[in-house]
Structures are given as structure tokens and as C-alpha cells.
Design a protein around this ligand. Sequence first.
Ligand code: GLY
Ligand code: MN
Ligand code: MN
Length: 412
Amino acid sequence: MAQMEKSSIAVFNSNDIYPISADSTMPFQQHRDIFYLSGVDQEESILLMFPDASEEKHREILFLRETNEHIAIWEGEKLTKERAYEVSGIKTVYWLQEFDKIFFQLMTEAETIYFNTNEHYRQSVETETREDRFIKKTKEAFPAHRWAKSNPILQRLRSVKDSIEIDLLQQACNITEKGFRRILEFVKPGVWEYEIEAEFMHEFLRNRSKGFAYTPIIASGNNANVLHYVQNNQQCKAGDLLLMDVGAEYANYASDMSRTIPVSGRFTKRQREVYDAVLHVKKEATKMLVPGNYWKEYHIEVGKLMTEQLLKLKLIDKADVQNENPDWPAYKKYFMHGTSHHLGLDTHDYGILWEPMQPNMVFTVEPGIYIPEEGFGIRLEDDVVIQEKGEPVNLMKNIPLEAEEIEELMNA
Ligand code: GLY
Ligand code: MN
Ligand code: MN
């Protein structure tokens, strides 16, 4: 509210519940912005903020789908006005059917309306969201108001985590750790990728996670070289490596881990060489996640680290580097994705990438080397919190990472 213009209203909508077919639906996933601002994790909710409202009770309002004892029998427990206040700290709670009337009254007092458009750098949305419908309707009903965008404010707020958020991210990482330790005992030649996925899911659910924070990648052998491999339907063969990119959610916060392990419990000499190269880049990259650094320059520096390693591994040679296209450097042949993204309520969380890094931003670090001609790909990924001074804190420091430790645990 402190960052809003004078005499302005901001509105945040829940996500829709998406239909599948007939009367079935996808499980509800709350829009992260209304959840971040209010803690309300329920469909058809609206948060309205109007810091200059003449009536104090209208400075922040929640509109919720009406519930009562009768509705509760059919629909299960929904937020009552009292419970909504406990969850959000917002005193004024109205039922949804009052929205149009109250919104009209408040809009006559306001000059500007903040719309919550999706400006995420990787967004690609084909459906019309509740936010979209609200924007359309409001522009038509109030064409003389000024419009503003709330997204940059939310991007900045959400990218710097409060300590309670870091605790929740830590809990998500701890659940991921339990899953990983469990599968280290489970993986052996002959197991199927989906069986490993099931082991993770079991461990996540029994630790009060709702499940995977994103679609898990369980990729043995050459499947690891398909970056978005999510079929997870192949058998793990002796001698293969197994790349897993898996994270538990907890309280709507995401963890995001990648580990690569030998199906037979021991790395070959060559696998180990490449593994240590990825690990080296990961450790050195992590040191550069400090306040004041820029995401783009950081990626250029990581590219240099990776180039050095690929030369040592003889995957590229000096001529490849000398003749490289600056827009697609030689190292990209074996490492073609980014090294770090913000992490939080969204796996690829908010954060304005052309602004400097700040303390309490949370980033992944995830270099990889993918070698289809050798039948394996390796990615290692941890989640870290930028500190005021010194190296970031690794939320995954207890998740086995060194090759010796992985081999020891797999052969225990
Ligand atoms: N699992 C998605 C990512 O690593 O970015
Ligand atoms: Mn990942
Ligand atoms: Mn990631």
C-alpha cells in the first residue's frame, strides 16, 4: 500500500478452478499474489486495497464466496468471515455478491485502478484468467479512470523473502531431502522411473507436502538429455546415470532440487569426471550470488567457468571458443539452459532480473552438462539465500551431493 499512487485501488483475484471434462476439475491452485498478500487459499476470492478510502473500514477488504452451515455440508469447510480475519488480518470481509455495488462506490472515490497483469519473464498463458476477466469488465465499466500495474510492486516484494518465508522454503527443502534419501536406498538396476517418482510422492505426502512443486523429471540414461523429460516411464539400466529434478512443495512454497546418481551405485571414471566438473561450476557460481551482482552478468561469468570445464573434459576445443558466436557461446552446446532463477511461491519465482541482487533473495544454482553422444546428462541444483555479507546460505546443505557420499549411501 505504501507503494501505491495517491487515491488508487488495487484488486487481486483468485485463480479459476480449471475444468477437465464433464464435471471434473483440476485441483485448485491459488494465484500466488492474493495468497502472498492475504494468506487466503480459496477460489473466487478478491482482495481490494484502497489506502486513501474515506471510510477506514474500506482501506482493505476481502470478498469471499458465501458460506454457511448448509453450504458446508455440500462443499466442505470454506472460510467464514471470522476465519478469514484470523488468516489475513483483514477486518472487513464481505460476501462476493456485494462486490459490484461496493466496488462501484469505491471507484467513484478513486482516480487510479491497479490491474494485476502477468509480466513474468517466462509466462505463456492461453486461457483467460479471473484477473483478465476482471480487467476487461473494469475497463469497460470505468473507462475514465487511470490504470496502473501492480506486477512490478509484487515482483519486488515477493523476490525478497521474509524470515517466515525462508523457514517455509527450508521445510520444503527438508521434505525433498527425505525423499532423496529414501530413493538412494531404492534405486538399483531394473527399477522404473515412475517407481522412483512414486517413492518421492509417498515421502512428500506423509510429511504434509501436497506433492511436487512442479512436474518431476526422473530421467535415466539419455532421457537426461531431454531437458523437459517428464514421461518418467523407462527402466533404469545398470551403468546408466539417473538425473532427477524433483522438489516438494510446502505451504505453497516450492523447493527445486536436481541430483544425478549412478543406477548401479558407482560412477564410472568418465561419469565422475563430468560430475565433478558440474559440481565445481555449481560451487563457484554460488559464490557469485551476492548483493549488488546482476543476473545477466552472473550468467556470463558462469559461462566462463563452464567453458573452462568443457575444455578440460575435451568436449570443446580452443578453436571452438575462439570462433564462438557471442550470442550462443561454445559452452551452450553442452549447457544450454540458465544457471539460476528466483524461487519462492512459484518455482520460477518473481524477481526483476535487471535490478541488482539483494539479501534474502532466494535463487537456485543449477549448472549441467548434457552429452547425448556419451549417453548421459548431469545437473546438480540447490536452493540458496543471498546474505548481507559473504556466501549465500544453502537451504539444501544437508542433501547429499558429493559423489563419494552418494556412492556410500547407495552401497550401505
Ligand atoms: N525444475 C525446474 C527448474 O529447475 O527450473
Ligand atoms: Mn529443478
Ligand atoms: Mn530450477
